[in-house]
Design a binder for this molecule. Structure first.
Ligand code: SF4
Length: 78
């Protein structure tokens, strides 16, 4: 199974919830917006492939502006 996590960084309000929920993968970058550690920047978004969705699903559910998306084998699950 392949998981992909994506942040639409333009929508991020820098609230910090994702970092609290999932510090393993999320941090606030120098520009003040959420960043996926070790991710690829694709346009305005961060994208990261994982073997396990793990706490990124909690981070997605806790994002007040729904700008974190988690895909499992290409299908959005959160
Ligand atoms: S929870 Fe959402 S809005 Fe808040 S810092 Fe993370 S990505 Fe940005």
């Amino acid at each position: 199974m392949v998981f992909k996590v994506e942040i639409e960084r333009k929508k991020c309000t820098s609230c910090g919830n994702c970092v609290d929920e999932c510090p393993e993968y999320f941090e606030i970058d120098e520009d003040g917006f959420s960043h996926l550690k070790g991710s690829e920047r694709v346009g305005d978004n961060d994208e990261l492939e994982l073997e396990d969705g793990d706490c990124s699903i909690d981070a997605a559910m806790g994002c007040p502006v729904v700008c974190i998306h988690v895909y499992e084998d290409g299908e959005e699950i959160s």
